[in-house]
Design a protein around this ligand. Structure first.
Ligand code: AN7
Length: 364
């Protein structure tokens, strides 16, 4: 019999570190949507994992339920996060559920309006920094080193534990791992987490794994996918092989120049036989519009990067015919409507309140 989704800790607790006080918004269980339009563009069978359907509108909730539950177990009453917007939105909401305080350290002027609104309505204390995300993360590390404040960025290993459950869900729906998994890469926590999740479901272990997490349970998958990571051209340290001092991209969520999980991302790329490439802002915006107009899924710009990278790879002949491919679309388009609308005219024609006027306006 069907039952409601209970959140990732209840659903996958046997593959997660134990937490006593579960703080949840029933995150996870997100749609894996087949996208025939992307099949036609690539010659593969393509699904999008719609992480914007999580409670705060991004994949961050999977990691935040673990991290905040652990913070409560430890008796800490204040958390802090550096963020390009989604981590802070999620941390703020889960802190509310835990009844603890939340401080968010953000790059001034570079957070999408919807994400900023989330931190505000959930009651977080906002600190805007004259600097970029990398500066914010350095500040949060300094704060949490010296004060009784728990850090809930993805360098907190509990975050990645929660985020790995998205890979479990893909396998549970498809029956095995896909051939290829594509995702946008910023601070590189998510690619690390997916690689860990796919590996553990296939009975393998990665460097990011907790000590007791491999070999305890029978494998569910017979294989692991190739991991394809996509960065924005102006913020592509993993493609260039060196940190980017002044990252710039329209996809503010991935405007990150020195990813914290750098080494793990390279491990995911190399041990899966994958790659990490970049796409331009124009490709990101075109793909965001295409996903909305042809697939029916409205994602934020950073999320469109994964699909833009896939389409680019297809154009270069790198997509194997008939492969099963999953693209994670990480965040909801509603968080950043200003970028999505751009210069489009949003004022509809105003008509008299009659059926006849509507008929005329619609040209029926
Ligand atoms: C929509 O919120 O880093 O490579 O501070 O919001 O795991 O960092 C967000 C990252 C992709 C990149 N898509 O994931 C933050 C933050 C969206 C995001 C990423 C982010 P990672």
């Amino acid at each position: 019999m069907a039952r409601p989704w209970r959140g990732i800790i209840a659903e996958y607790g046997d593959r997660l570190p134990h937490v006593e006080n579960v703080v949840t918004l029933n995150e996870g269980g997100t749609p894996l949507v087949h996208a025939p339009h992307l099949d036609a563009l690539t010659g593969a069978t393509v699904y999008v994992k719609v992480e914007g359907a999580n409670p705060t509108g991004s994949f961050k909730d999977r990691g935040m339920t673990m991290a905040i539950s652990r913070v409560v177990d430890e008796g800490v009453t204040l958390v802090a996060a550096a963020s390009t917007g989604n981590t802070s939105a999620s941390a703020a909401a889960y802190a509310v559920r835990a009844g603890i305080g939340c401080a968010v350290i953000l790059p001034a002027g570079k957070i999408a309006a919807g994400k900023l609104a989330q931190a505000i309505v959930h009651g977080a204390t906002l600190v805007a920094v004259d600097g970029n995300f990398d500066d914010c993360l350095r500040i949060v590390r300094g704060l949490t080193d010296s004060y009784p404040v728990a850090l809930v960025n993805s360098i907190n290993p509990y975050r990645l534990q929660g985020q790995k459950t998205a890979a479990f869900e893909v396998v549970d729906v498809l029956g095995d791992a896909p051939d290829i998994h594509v995702l946008p890469v910023g601070n590189a926590g998510n690619i690390t987490a997916y690689w860990m999740g796919y590996s553990e479901y296939a009975g393998r272990r990665t460097s990011a794994a907790f000590e007791d997490s491999a070999g305890r349970l029978a494998p569910v998958a017979s294989r692991v996918p190739r991991m394809w990571g996509v960065q924005a051209e102006g913020a592509a340290p993993l493609v260039k092989g060196v940190p980017v001092e002044h990252p710039e991209t329209v996809a503010t969520a991935i405007r990150i120049g020195n990813p914290a999980s750098w080494g793990y991302a390279i491990e995911a790329r190399d041990s899966s036989g994958g790659w990490i490439e970049s796409v331009t802002d124009a490709q990101i915006l075109d793909t965001q519009a295409m996903l909305a107009a042809k697939v029916g899924v409205f994602v934020e710009p950073a999320s469109a990067a994964s699909v833009a990278g896939l389409v680019q790879a297809a154009g270069r002949g790198l997509v194997p015919e008939g492969a099963t491919i999953v693209c994670t679309v990480t965040g909801n388009g509603l968080k950043d409507t200003a970028t999505a609308l751009g210069s489009h005219i949003v004022e509809p024609t105003v008509i008299a309140p009659t059926v006849e006027a509507a008929v005329q306006a619609l040209g029926l």
